[in-house]
Design a protein around this ligand. Sequence first.
Ligand code: FAD
Length: 291
Amino acid sequence: MKPAAFDYIAPRSLEAAVAALAAANGDGKVLAGGQSLMPLLNFRMVRPAIVIDLMHIPGLSFIELRGDRVAIGAMTRHADLEFSDIVAAKLPVMAAAMRHVAHLAIRNKGTIGGSLSHADPAAELPMLAVFYGATIKVQGPAGRRDIPAEDFFVSALTNCLEPEEIVFEIEFPVLTPHAGWAFEEVARRFGDFALASIAVSFGLADRRIADARVAVMGVADTPRRLREAEAALQGHQGDPEAAAEFAEVVRSCLTPESDIHVSAEYRKNLIGALAEKALATAWARAAGPAP
Ligand code: FAD
């Protein structure tokens, strides 16, 4: 199918893009990499009066280390994150996750700002934003505001942006000293959206887990940070008993739904299995083989 007719502009500044979006009175859409928006337009699932292309706005594509944070411009492509030395060194869970995002052709076009704004519950970058406790920086007609990632995702494909707001930057805290980390995902085919996925990281104190962080996706209508599961890891080691207990806590935090791909029960079992695997991998990275 072809999209319904729309006006198109390609502003040269963020301010001009926000002004155009505000002038559209809720009937405008910003275009980033187009990997989600173009299919929606083609299937006429969205019919905006105007499409505002962010591609020609300078200064929206960058990856910068700023002290204990990594700042990423909203128009930074998935492939730039995948191959970035800064991401590899400072955000290793993101580095591991990026090759699971669709296929290379899509990663060459899709952007982090587009992925977060699209808010797919089985997309890697929204989950990583929640996992790292990222701050999403947005600009609207009244100025800029910072949104914690956990507040950004409201439900499946719905974020908390006002209609005239645009994401321009995302700041990820570096989790130091988290020597133990893992990212596990299962999709029907490599590159498909995940059936379920988990990210885990922690530091060690006296060879015991400290300051654990756990987030999941594909098992709820938004990505979720699991504080109960984080608490369950505290003070433990990566032995099989701890891994089994961790998996049980992760399962108990979630009530996934059945869909055309798999049943709710399958998803719940899957996320538990991924949790066990993630803990074993993270522990091996931090401390060597399990005790
Ligand atoms: P666009 O498609 O341009 O925009 C998406 C939405 O976000 C639109 O509503 C747009 O108006 C809005 N938007 C864009 N930028 C901004 C901004 N800066 N501020 C406010 N709103 C904005 N993703 C995954 O994470 N994992 C996968 O496994 C995966 N598999 C895929 C497989 C296929 C076949 C395809 C086509 C896509 C897949 N994707 C996957 C989605 C892909 O990652 C997209 O790139 C991403 O979801 C959207 O990014 P985009 O830059 O293309 O945004």
